[in-house]
Design a protein around this ligand. Structure first.
Ligand SMILES: Nc1nc2c(ncn2[C@@H]2O[C@H](COP(=O)(O)OP(=O)(O)OP(=O)(O)O)[C@@H](O)[C@H]2O)c(=O)[nH]1
Ligand SMILES: [Mg+2]
Length: 258
C-alpha cells in the first residue's frame, strides 16, 4: 500500500514536470511536434490497411503450363473441358471452390491468370503491385525442353522491383503430376537453380549499361539457391487436370487469410 502511494506521488511529480516543460515551450514547436506525430501515425495506419487489403494472387508461368486450368479448378472445381492458349488475362474474385462447403464468412481471393505468351507478359506489371503472392506454374511433364525458358522468366520475376521490394512470396508450382513421368518438385527446383546460376553469369556479363533487371540475384561467388533470394520461394505439386490443388490452396490461404 505504501509503495503504491509512493508511485502515485512519483507519477504526479513527473506529470507536473511535463506540464511545466510544455508551458515553457513556444507553441510553434508544439504544433510541429504534434503534426509530426499525427503524420507518422496516419502513414503507419495506411500501410497496415494496405497490407491487410492485398488479396491478389497472380498465376504466372510459360504458355501451356496449366495456369488457366488451375484458375478454373480454383474457381469452379472443374476443368471446363479443356482450354486454349489464353490471349487475355483471366481474373476473378471469389471464395475458392474447395471452401464453399465451409461454414461462416470467408474472405474472397482475387486471382489473376496472366498468359505465358511473351507479348502478354508486360500485363504482369499491372497486377504485381497488389499481389499478396505469386504462383509460378511449371509443366512437370515437359519440363526439360522448357527449363531454360522457364528459368529466364523466373529470373525476370525474381529481379523485378515490385516483387523484391515488397518481398512477395513466390510458389513454384509443379503441375501435371497426375502422370507418372512427371518430374518431382525437388528435381525441378534443383534444375531451375542450376539454370538461373548460369543466367546470372551470362546476364551480368552482357553490359553494365544495358541493365534491364532492377535487382541482382543471389550471392556473388556462390552457386545460386532460392534460399538466397530476398523473398520466400517455396515449391509444391499440383494437377490441374485431376483437381489435386490442395497445396496451391494452402499457399493462397497462407497469404490471403480467410
Ligand atoms: N496431364 C495434365 N495436363 C494438364 C494439366 N494441366 C493442364 N494440362 C494441359 O496443358 C495444356 C495447357 O493448359 P492451360 O491451362 O491452357 O495452360 P496455360 O498455362 O493457361 O497456357 P497459356 O494460356 O498459353 O499461358 C492443356 O492442354 C491442358 O489440358 C495437368 O495437371 N495434367
Ligand atoms: Mg491460359
Amino acid at each position: 500500500m505504501e509503495q503504491f502511494e509512493e508511485w502515485k506521488e512519483q507519477i504526479s511529480q513527473l506529470w507536473r514536470l511535463a506540464l511545466e516543460h510544455l508551458r515553457h515551450t513556444p507553441p510553434a514547436q508544439l504544433y510541429v511536434a504534434a503534426a509530426i506525430v499525427i503524420f507518422t501515425t496516419v502513414l503507419f495506419l495506411l500501410r497496415l490497411l494496405k497490407r491487410a487489403k492485398a488479396n491478389t494472387i497472380v498465376l504466372t508461368g510459360l504458355s501451356g503450363s496449366g495456369k488457366t486450368i488451375l484458375f478454373y479448378q480454383l474457381r469452379d472445381g472443374s476443368t471446363h473441358q479443356g482450354t486454349v492458349t489464353s490471349m487475355e488475362p483471366n481474373e476473378g474474385t471469389f471464395v475458392l471452390h474447395g471452401e464453399t462447403t465451409k461454414k461462416g464468412k470467408i474472405k474472397p481471393v482475387h486471382i489473376v491468370d496472366v498468359p505465358g505468351h511473351s507479348r502478354l507478359r508486360p500485363k504482369l506489371d499491372e497486377y504485381l503491385p497488389q499481389a499478396a503472392g505469386v504462383v509460378f506454374v511449371v509443366d512437370a511433364l515437359d519440363f526439360l525442353p522448357n527449363c531454360r525458358a522457364a528459368s529466364e522468366y523466373l529470373y525476370d520475376l525474381l529481379t523485378k522491383g515490385s516483387i523484391v521490394k515488397k518481398k512477395i512470396p513466390l510458389l513454384i508450382l509443379c503441375n501435371k503430376t497426375d502422370k507418372v513421368t512427371a518430374h518431382t518438385k525437388e528435381f525441378i527446383r534443383r534444375q531451375l537453380e542450376k539454370e538461373i546460376d548460369k543466367l546470372r553469369t551470362s546476364r551480368s556479363a552482357i553490359s553494365e549499361a544495358d541493365v534491364t533487371n532492377e535487382f541482382t540475384l543471389g550471392v556473388p561467388g556462390e552457386p545460386f539457391s532460392f534460399t538466397q533470394s530476398s523473398n520466400k520461394v517455396t515449391t509444391a505439386e499440383a494437377s490441374g487436370l485431376t483437381g489435386e490443388i490442395s497445396q496451391l490452396e494452402e499457399f493462397i490461404r497462407e497469404y490471403v487469410k480467410p
